[in-house]
Design a protein around this ligand. Structure first.
Ligand code: NAD
Length: 471
């Protein structure tokens, strides 16, 4: 029986391995992590992450051919194929701070693999890493162990949180990069054999290592760029009376462009887009390509601009101050169907409103109060000036309350901001909400999920991103 071990039981490692275990009953899969609470949660009825369909997959194979463990070294030593799916955040200190990927976790995983391995291994980069990381990993592995053959593969993950299981069941493509040597080709084939259990052959792409590593950064940069592009157009729509939904529909009808990922919003979030673009920017700079670096950096600048534009719109609409006013915030996760708040635009929007002394009442169906308070208390990293942290004052956090109901959040509020596109926000009783709010009652729809005309009929003053404003 082939044995797989995955280092890192996070948003990627957990679901990816659960699906491999489900689709490959002839393979034993062990997911290991240094975090005891995370592993305990994976072994319990309350999984550490919320992802539609995940509970069902885990229940079907946990204890059969899927295991979660903190005994990292034992399972790494026993595995034939080791996926490494540890976090690769942006460096906050030292060389490349604010842009480069922090590969500390990766390096310690690689050193541990070298320490405990007694047989040949295929080591798979599942984390998103800078192009050429495989070269560094090879050096660490081969210089630290003798007589063992390591084949490094790049197999970046393209799943999106909120649709992870669907994406893993039916991936647009599986990408595998390897060395163009006989051993390299054998390793690529071994990984292809795993995916071939359920992924059609024409969807499994093989490339050289550097193409695979770079493709993941490029894919995230392209996706984020589409969002920043439509958001940039949304600002122009508001200035001119055009409607961004109509513009996006017309633009997306061009088959060369396509309709997906063209929704204007308060901005993108999540742990990946910003960090991967910053990483790309850093790699371009290191390779003497400042113009290319500048080009990609604009994607992040527009995203920051969109968030501050939203805050400014809220404050200016509400007679230039929100001091002492209650603002209801519906949604805190960076997108629907996840509880993940990493880099969520809600953090910056809430901080902006708190800066103007608003009282905020937040409701999100999957985000806990602790998580929200922690996110809002955290210092914001200043990407342009990495040595300067922008502190949130501790009193600001006292201006925040978290409730478990949209109606409770909006009771007595002067304004309502929709910051995550949860389906339940589309079907709320807005008449009831209006009746319980201060007047004039404002709605600021940061995801364009409610019909502004219907809300206007109720009596709300409505701002939807990129759409004509109230007269
Ligand atoms: P995560 O923070 O949720 O999980 C990483 C896990 O690795 C943590 O549980 C951590 O405790 C563990 N870990 C770190 N060092 C370890 C070590 N030495 N030994 C054992 N465990 C260790 O991160 P994530 O969201 O799953 O992302 C992982 C990687 O996948 C990142 O590189 C990310 O960019 C990439 N990625 C993420 C997504 C996504 O949607 N989250 C999608 C595609 C790719």
């Amino acid at each position: 029986m082939v044995k797989i071990c995955c280092i890192g039981a996070g948003y990627v490692g957990g679901p990816t391995m659960a699906v491999i275990a489900l689709k490959c009953p002839d393979i034993e899969v062990v997911v290991v992590d240094i975090s005891k609470p995370r592993i305990e949660a994976w072994n319990s009825d309350t999984l550490p992450i919320y992802e539609p369909g995940l509970d069902d997959v885990v229940k079907q194979c946990r204890g059969k051919n899927l295991f979660f463990s903190t005994d990292v070294e034992k399972h790494v030593a026993e595995a034939d194929i080791i996926f490494v799916s540890v976090n690769t955040p942006t460096k906050t200190r030292g060389l490349g701070a604010g842009k480069a990927a922090d590969l500390t976790y990766w390096e310690s995983a690689a050193r541990m693999i070298a320490d405990v391995s007694k047989s040949d291994k295929i080591v798979v980069e599942k984390s998103t890493v800078p192009v050429k990381t495989a070269e560094a990993i090879e050096k660490i592995l081969t210089h630290n162990s003798k007589g063992i053959n390591y084949q490094i593969l790049s197999n970046p993950e393209f799943l999106a949180e909120g649709t992870a299981i669907e994406d893993l069941f039916k991936p647009d493509r599986v990408l595998i990069g390897g060395r163009e040597t006989p051993e390299g080709r054998k390793a690529v084939q071994a990984l292809k054999d795993v995916y071939a259990h359920w992924v059609p052959e024409d969807r499994i792409l093989t490339t050289n290592l550097w193409s695979a590593e770079l493709s993941k950064l490029a894919a995230n940069a392209f996706l984020a760029q589409r969002i920043s592009s439509v958001n940039a157009i949304s600002a122009l729509c508001e200035a001119t009376g055009a409607n961004v939904s109509e513009v996006a529909y017309a633009v997306g009808k061009d088959t060369r462009i396509g309709p997906k990922f063209l929704n204007a919003s308060v901005g993108f979030g999540g742990s990946c887009f910003q960090k991967d673009i910053l990483n790309l920017v850093y790699i371009c700079e290191c390779n003497g390509l400042p113009e290319v670096a500048h080009y990609w950096k604009q994607v992040i600048k527009i995203n920051d601009y969109q968030k501050s534009r939203f805050v400014n719109r809220v404050v200016s609409s509400m007679f230039n101050t929100v001091a002492g006013k209650k603002i209801a915030v519906l949604g805190f996760a960076f997108k629907k169907d996840t509880g993940d708040t990493r880099e969520t635009p809600a953090i910056d929007v809430c901080k902006g409103l708190l800066g103007d002394k608003a009282q905020i009442s937040i409701y999100d169906p999957q985000v806990t109060e602790d998580q929200i308070q922690r996110d809002l208390a955290m210092n914001k990293f200043d990407w342009d000036h990495p040595m300067h942290l922008q502190p949130t004052s501790p009193t600001a956090v006292k201006q925040v309350s978290c409730v478990w109901d949209a109606y409770e959040a909006t009771k007595g509020a002067h304004g309502l901001c929709i910051l995550t596109e949860w389906d339940e926000f589309k079907t709320l009783d807005y008449q009831k909400i209006f009746d319980n709010m201060q007047k004039p009652a404002f709605v600021f729809d940061g995801r364009n999920i409610v019909d502004p005309e219907k809300l206007r009929e109720i009596g709300f003053i409505v701002y939807s991103i990129g759409k004509p404003l109230d007269a």
